[in-house]
Ligand binder design. Structure first.
Ligand SMILES: NC(=O)c1ccc[n+]([C@@H]2O[C@H](COP(=O)([O-])OP(=O)(O)OC[C@H]3O[C@@H](n4cnc5c(N)ncnc54)[C@H](OP(=O)(O)O)[C@@H]3O)[C@@H](O)[C@H]2O)c1
Length: 330
């Protein structure tokens, strides 16, 4: 059936400026790392994308190796593009990345010009797109000169295959050098995509300062710590949870008693605020204006609804933030 997006979609979401660029991103974005490969029915994928857009989520994030198998999330996205999204292309920010292992041999991994340009060409074919909005170098490569990697990103923008570029998983020092290199080439670094949640605060020790100083946006990936920072595992491990149905990266053994005890303590604050654990974790991630967007995953449309509703609550108070800090440091 033809998809008609909700007419009130732009009233449901807030949009935040990405660093000092002209681009606004939704406060909550949807990632296709899980639930878009060959182990998830196409209809389920479609309902996730449609629900997201109906709620004003204009940004879908991919990478060359999202699946399983590698490439499959982009391949499926190409079919979704043809069925639902072509009329809305100019309302969407679609990103992809290269930097991890993708194909065999010396040219399918890391940060060479050869790999990045070939990989983006493959991604565009899989997704049935002429260009992506954002192309990322997925992780730093200490063995390739930064001039080569950033030179490839600059070339990609100039060739029209991406509108903006960014980096992911770079530390503060690597980001500062990459940003300076890109600036010299004449292509600003739009955005950084780091791992950031209540359970991983490493970016607070230098990276956020660099991003603020440089005017680079920040999209925090896995703000729910792959589902642990929700009520998903509080009463046992459900059969349809990621730790059971797709344990490639999150295994049952990662859902430790210690982590659950932390989530239970945090959940007390969420309950007091009349919201869910996931909603509080998202508000917490977005409390610093340096964070442009929280990049969630979801296996059910209801999770997206719940997560977007996080934006309707009063901000966390200083007292609540201090209490959260105490729990996280305990
Ligand atoms: N740049 C990088 O290196 C990198 C690395 C990792 C991820 N990412 C990006 O970040 C995106 C998000 O990563 P992620 O999926 O790990 O993020 P996440 O938001 O931390 O975890 C998402 C998972 O949490 C559960 N969940 C979500 N909302 C929930 C709710 N309201 N209540 C209960 N459970 C809920 C679902 O798990 P169930 O399946 O159990 O329902 C969902 O799949 C990826 O898709 C990708 O785009 C980037």
């Amino acid at each position: 059936m033809n998809y008609l997006p909700a007419s009130d979609r732009y009233e449901r979401m807030s949009y935040r400026r990405c660093g000092r660029s002209g681009l606004l991103l939704p406060a909550i974005s949807l990632g296709l790392w899980h639930n878009f490969g060959n182990i998830t029915p196409f209809g389920q994928q479609q309902s996730l994308l449609r629900k997201a857009f109906d709620l004003g989520i204009t940004h879908f994030d991919l990478a060359n190796n999202y699946g399983p198998p590698y490439g499959e999330a982009e391949r499926n996205f190409g079919v979704h593009m043809d069925r639902d999204w072509r009329p809305h292309r100019d309302e969407l920010i679609i990103s992809t990345k290269a930097g991890y292992d993708m194909w065999q041999g010396p040219y399918g991994n890391n940060g060479s010009r050869k790999y990045l340009i070939a990989s983006l060409d493959q991604s565009l074919k899989r997704m049935h797109l002429d260009y992506v909005d954002i192309f990322y170098h997925h992780r730093p490569d200490p063995n390739t000169p930064i001039e080569e990697t950033m030179g490839a990103l600059d070339h990609i923008v100039r060739s029209g295959k991406a509108l903006y570029v960014g980096v992911s998983n770079y530390n503060a020092e690597q980001t500062a050098i990459a940003a300076e290199t890109l600036r010299r080439l004449g292509t600003p670094m739009l955005i950084h995509q780091p791992n950031y949640s209540m359970m991983n605060r490493s970016i607070e020790h230098g990276l956020t300062q660099v991003l603020e100083d440089e005017g680079i946006g920040c999209i925090a990936f896995a703000p729910l710590r792959n589902g642990i920072l929700t009520n998903r595992y509080l009463n046992g491990t459900p059969a349809d949870s990621r730790a059971v149905h797709d344990p490639r990266y999150l295994k049952e053994r990662d859902v430790t008693e210690e982590r659950l005890a932390l989530v239970r303590a945090l959940n007390e604050i969420a309950l007091r605020r009349g919201q869910t654990m996931a909603q509080m974790a998202l508000q917490w991630t977005l409390r610093d204006p340096v964070v442009t967007s929280a990049l969630i995953g979801a296996s059910k449309p209801e999770q997206i609804e719940e997560n977007v509703r996080a934006l309707t609550y009063e901000p966390l108070t200083d007292e609540e933030l201090a209490e959260i800090d105490r729990i996280l440091m305990s």
